[in-house]
Design a protein around this ligand. Structure first.
Ligand code: 5GP
Ligand code: ZN
Length: 133
């Protein structure tokens, strides 16, 4: 996909700050960081999101997420990390090349990811499970 910014980054046609790479995966700093070392981990091949990436390639990406997280723990003492991946525009995906965010967190960092929850939906759980049988 020649217009994809992350494909351009992989090919070296757009600038990036590399954290890690191997044959299948590339990790680099997010240009709009929510924290120091906010990192994106992507497959080198273009896949849109969780729905089209083959399992094997996803395994390579998540293994790299683990590697980068351990690197930050070992080198920087980072012990709190949020790992986030958005699939689909309505799930707040903005770049349509699969990626995992690694966001180091610490107390008082001013970030706050909170869902609006609906405990009453527990009443519907049996029906919900029925639908996917
Ligand atoms: P999404 O909302 O799709 O999960 O997140 C896309 C992320 O890609 C955003 O956090 C955004 O800052 C980052 N991003 C978009 N364009 C670029 C770019 O050209 N370079 C880098 N390093 N990050 C980018
Ligand atoms: Zn791409």
């Amino acid at each position: 996909m020649n217009t994809c910014i992350f494909c351009k980054i992989v090919k070296g046609e757009a600038n990036s700050w590399k954290i890690y790479e191997n044959e299948d995966v590339y990790a680099f700093l997010d240009i709009h960081p929510a924290a120091r070392y906010h990192t994106l981990v992507i497959p080198k091949k273009h896949y849109t999101n969780i729905f089209d990436i083959p399992e094997k390639e996803l395994q390579a990406v998540i293994a790299a997420v683990k590697k980068v997280s351990k690197l930050y723990e070992e080198k920087l003492g980072i012990k709190n990390i949020q790992i986030i991946s958005n699939s689909g525009a309505e799930a707040q995906q903005e770049v349509f090349h699969l990626h995992f965010h690694i966001v180091p967190r610490k107390r008082g960092d001013g970030q706050n990811l909170r869902w609006v929850t609906h405990s009453e939906w527990v009443n519907d759980f049996d029906n919900m499970i029925e639908k996917i049988q």
